[in-house]
Write a protein of this length. Structure first.
Length: 123
């Protein structure tokens, strides 16, 4: 089996941690390969992958690049469908790495967490 995306090398990780990282990448690719994309599963897998990478001491940049490579490797078409998905994956990555930051970070496309209806109270 040929890997679509090679994981970065980590000299300070043990073999089990590297295998776990590869398994999480495979799970993300499986979620992306579903038709339609299994977004709930994808979100859980992204959060798990990012949390594992953060706990291993990986800085955010390589984690975002790894996720970008995975989405691009899935060859989701048309590109009009891929771009909003890429934005959501990066948002989930940032949330998993830094915690929920709130706000409308992906624009008014209806897929933003900031676009979710909320009850407003004067109390």
């Amino acid at each position: 089996m040929t890997r679509l995306v090679d994981p970065p090398t980590f000299t300070d990780r043990n073999h089990a941690a590297i295998v776990d990282s590869q398994d999480l990448r495979s799970a993300i690719l499986e979620s992306l390969a579903a038709t339609p994309v299994a977004e709930e599963s994808l979100r859980r897998n992204v959060w798990t992958f990012v949390s594992a990478e953060r706990n291993a001491g990986t800085s955010p940049g390589p984690v975002i690049m790894a996720l970008t490579d995975l989405v691009e490797a899935a060859k989701i078409s048309p590109i009009d469908a891929r771009q909003p998905l890429m934005r959501r994956v990066i948002l989930w990555c940032v949330e998993a790495y830094f915690g929920h930051v709130g706000g409308d970070v992906v624009g008014r496309d209806g897929d933003s967490l900031g676009d979710s209806p909320t009850d407003v109270s004067n109390r």
